[in-house]
Write a protein that binds this ligand. Structure first.
Ligand SMILES: Nc1nc2c(ncn2[C@@H]2O[C@H](COP(=O)(O)OP(=O)(O)OP(=O)(O)O)[C@@H](O)[C@H]2O)c(=O)[nH]1
Ligand SMILES: [Mg+2]
Length: 460
């Protein structure tokens, strides 16, 4: 795990050091990423699926070259989170009702230990918890669980003299519930995916107990086999989540990723040692952050999202051709809302010299304009000239915006359109090239003062 993390971290550092990223560099990064994942024992197909997604998005971005670095890091982040299934709500437990959590997995994956850990986890959350073993197969299975749970004051249910696992499951669960336990955590016998009988037994137990959740316990030190194993279990039962054990050791982490992909579920907890308290709630963002070696991943992701919102290639193209409709204005406003505070946008666009009061004004105007724009019909948006006095009055009354504001918006829209047209003409002549519309030959002022002027007009 550490090794995989170190490799990813190195790769991210390498990306950040690049002054900008072009296609060749993206290809090199993809190869490095593939190597790191394969070495971490992520299943080959999954490696290619993930890196293909990243490559496609990275190649298609319209972001400025300098911003693509962060974008690529974000893509790696998003892809890892996607495969890990993101973060999910905790298991719903209704106190005083029958709540069952069923643990399944192959031999030695850590089920029994994890039953103890889960019992401890839920007990410390204030629930009355029972442990139950249905393992009629492993010698001393019942005693093992008793030993584990004794130290935390949790009672273990089971019957070492009965050899029908289903009978034990039904009878002992009933007993545990009657004894006033909120949650029964059920251990099962370890099974190989080929062991048809044991798989059938597991299905029957699931059907009889109707657990709140079936959790697949996966040994984190597993490599490529993790995928097939997890898939077989997912085919047999309704796996709701995964617990990956033994991540404290030499685990490479690839198995965990593969198991998530195979079951299309997510990791709920990780086992970080043999002791009863060594269970951690799994936080995919923190996990991926530490894998990539980025402390403040959220800030980075936010930064990239902001620049993504600005990069609406369709809109940019239309604007450059002077085709700026009221619909486009709507899109622009929506993008700005996505971006958050106007102030930041203005700052980002180099309009730093605009007084704060004006910026706040711009935000208020945007809200009003959105209301007006939403009241317009498509016909009116296509041809604002047909919006006459009487219609404006109706909008004013219907939408509760000042009459003068409607005129003001339409006026400013006209001015913006004119401005875009002249920018477009200049662009065609092939001057400039910086600013938020990179490489499209825009006039030099467009990225800085030019847009600043535009937004001054916005501000009214
Ligand atoms: N280091 C470490 N060891 C673990 C962890 N979880 C379980 N183990 C160890 O793994 C071994 C097997 O654990 P069990 O809980 O007995 O596994 P099981 O799945 O119940 O095994 P069967 O009942 O035989 O299928 C034991 O030695 C545990 O102490 C963990 O998170 N970290
Ligand atoms: Mg066991």
């Amino acid at each position: 795990m550490k090794e995989f993390g170190r490799k990813l971290e190195d790769l991210m550092r390498k990306i950040r050091k690049l002054p900008s990223i072009n296609k060749e560099e993206i290809m090199a990064i993809i190869q490095d990423l593939q190597r790191a994942m394969l070495e971490a024992d992520v299943k080959v197909d999954l490696v290619f699926e993930m890196t293909e997604n990243i490559k496609k998005a990275a190649m298609n971005t319209t972001l400025q070259k300098a911003k693509r670095k962060d974008f690529v890091i974000k893509l790696v982040h998003d892809e890892l989170i996607r495969v890990l299934g993101g973060k999910k709500a905790p298991i719903r437990i209704k106190p005083g009702k029958k709540n069952v959590i069923l643990l399944v997995g192959i031999q030695g994956s850590g089920k029994t230990t994890t039953v103890g850990k889960l019992a401890y986890h839920f007990k410390s959350k204030g629930f009355k918890v029972a442990a139950l073993t249905t393992d009629t197969w492993r010698p001393g299975a019942y005693d093992q669980l008793v030993q584990l749970t004794k130290q935390i004051g949790v009672e273990t249910y089971g019957n070492p003299n009965e050899n029908n696992a289903l009978k034990i499951a039904v009878k002992e669960t009933k007993k545990a519930i009657n004894d006033g336990n909120d949650i029964v955590i059920v251990d099962t016998a370890g099974r190989h995916k080929e062991e048809k009988e044991l798989i059938e037994e597991m299905k029957k137990i699931e059907a009889a107990l109707k657990p709140n959740e079936v959790i697949l316990v996966i040994d984190g030190t597993l490599g490529q086999q993790a995928f097939n194993q997890a898939q077989e279990f997912a085919n047999a039962t309704n796996i709701g989540s995964i617990i990956v054990t033994k991540l404290d050791g030499t685990a490479k982490g690839g198995g965990a990723l593969s198991a998530c992909a195979a079951t299309k579920t997510f990791i709920r907890f990780t086992g970080m040692g043999e002791k009863i308290e060594e269970l951690e709630e799994f936080d995919p963002t923190g996990f991926v952050g530490s894998l990539l070696g980025i402390a403040n991943l959220e800030a980075l992701v936010k930064k990239v999202q902001d620049s993504e919102a600005m990069a609406d290639p369709e809109l940019q193209k239309r604007m450059l051709h002077g085709k700026f409709t009221l619909d486009d204005l709507c899109t622009l406003l929506k993008n700005m809302k996505k971006l958050g505070k106007m102030k930041n946008i203005l700052g980002m666009m180099g309009a730093g010299n605009i007084p704060d009061a004006l910026k706040d004004d711009a935000e208020k105007n945007i809200q009003k304009w959105e209301v007006i724009l939403n009241s317009l019909t498509q016909q009116e948006k296509d041809n604002p000239l047909i919006i006459k006095k009487e219609r404006k009055r109706r909008i004013h009354r219907g939408a509760g915006v000042e009459y003068a504001e409607i005129n003001r918006m339409l006026d400013q829209y006209k001015q913006m359109k004119k401005m875009m047209k002249s920018f477009g003409k200049m662009a065609k002549k092939g001057k400039g090239g910086k600013g938020p519309f990179p490489g499209k030959g825009l006039p030099p002022g467009f990225g800085g003062k030019g847009l600043g002027d535009l937004f001054k007009k916005f501000g009214g």
